[in-house]
Design a protein around this ligand. Structure first.
Ligand code: KG4
Ligand code: ZN
Length: 382
């Protein structure tokens, strides 16, 4: 049996967990976990401020490690290895977690496992569902990333798709900001969308219908902004068609009426229409990837913060069923950033003998598939 201490600090959650890799249920695998959100510190700025994040990690992390070990009724000496996120992420925060892990590893004479945060998300479904086997098709949707990957094993990732501009979570967060819903935005947009009419606002579906399964959400965000500015719906339509993203389509279900320029859309209708447009994009893109990846996949898997979205999970469940595959989605608390997924990825790596030297570096960028070809039109993200 391997006991792993996991540490996560790459964005705005400080988290520590003790994982028992031999546990056969989720509860048995997560021996103890703690998480401290920095939402309150960042809320006044409408987004994560890196310097504030790093300082908050420093204040919280060391006592949290002591507390989570106490929760588990274990000591550092009982651990078999110490795993920490080594990137990608906000570099100040990543360094706080990684340096803390190095110090603990050195003091206790334990091996260090440097974990790619994205690998934490990618393998978290196996933490939640012991019956999930490789290879699976993974939709990884978070605040910083939006990718589709074939996960063939630990460290074996083939990227089929990425975003050429914004990540899906970023699109939710920007929509929340436009609607004045505050930070963090995704859950607030989802809540408001439940009260709105998803057909009320005509919005573009960027890249829907294109042959490669890549994503683009910048044009959708701009259209949301114009809807909020209460421009006439026909104006929105024209501008959406002007978006330079190849393959843009408007939903066939929405036939906007020419309306008075003073027309105001209800915020709930904008939220619902945005969420529907984003989901239509995700389902269409994932369908293309499924066609490319199956047969051979054991499941369609969704992970990352946006996987907490109930409407997304429902849409993907239907898509997976059409392909004769189960949808595996971790419980929402394992979708957003946490240390259990880092401890688990550390446990999977440790079981294969992968450990890292104490001089391993923190990396602000660290793709899961280093061989993935750059995408035409893509910016710095990916
Ligand atoms: O994985 P995560 O916690 O952090 C990153 O690694 O980025 O993902 C955070 C993202 C944020 O953009 C947040 O708005 C989004 O996940 N999110 C949601 C929901 N819960 C979190 N988006 C839509 N619906 C949700 N219920
Ligand atoms: Zn994340």
């Amino acid at each position: 049996m391997a006991l792993i201490l996991g540490i996560e600090s790459s964005c705005d959650e400080t988290a520590a967990a003790v994982i028992d890799s031999n546990g056969t249920t989720l509860a048995a695998r997560i021996v103890a976990q703690r998480i401290a959100s920095q939402d309150d510190a960042h809320r006044p700025y409408g987004g994560v401020v890196p310097e504030i994040a790093a300082r908050a990690h420093v204040e919280v992390l060391s006592p949290m490690v002591g507390a989570v070990l106490a929760d588990a009724g274990l000591s550092l000496d009982d651990m078999d290895a110490i795993a920490a996120t080594a990137g990608p992420g906000l570099i100040g925060g990543v360094m706080v977690g990684l340096v803390t892990a190095k110090a603990l590893a050195m003091a206790a004479g334990k091996p260090l496992v440097a974990v790619n945060h994205l690998e934490g998300h990618a393998l978290s479904p196996r933490l939640a569902d012991p019956a999930l086997h490789y290879p699976y098709l993974l939709l990884l949707v978070s605040g910083g990333h939006c990718q589709i990957l074939v996960v063939a094993g630990v460290g074996q990732y083939r990227r089929l798709a990425t975003t050429i501009d914004d990540a899906l979570g970023e699109a939710f967060d920007k929509t929340a900001k436009i609607l004045g819903l505050g930070y963090p935005g995704g859950p607030a947009v989802e809540r408001l969308a439940r009260e709105g009419d998803a057909r009320a606002v005509p919005l573009p579906r960027p890249l829907v219908g294109s042959g490669e399964p890549h994503f683009s959400f910048a044009g959708l965000k701009s259209a949301v902004m114009r809807a909020k500015e209460a421009r006439a719906a026909d104006g929105i339509l024209r501008q959406a068609q002007d978006e330079r993203v190849e393959g843009d389509k408007l939903s066939g279900s929405v036939r906007p009426e020419p309306v008075d320029g003073r027309q105001r859309y209800a915020d709930a209708d904008i939220a619902a229409s945005f969420q529907q447009a984003a989901l239509d994009c995700v389902v269409d893109r994932t369908r293309i990837a499924l066609a490319a990846a199956t047969p051979g996949m054991t499941a369609l898997v969704v992970a990352g913060g946006v996987a907490a979205n109930t409407a997304l999970r429902g849409a993907l469940e239907a898509l997976a069923a059409q392909h004769g595959l189960p949808l595996v989605a971790p419980p929402p608390k394992l979708c957003t950033d946490n240390a259990a997924m880092i401890g688990w990825a550390g446990a999977e790596r440790f079981a294969l003998g992968y450990t890292d030297p104490l001089d391993v570096v923190a990396r602000p960028r660290w793709p899961l598939d280093a061989n993935a070809a750059p995408v035409r039109g893509a910016g710095v993200k990916g």
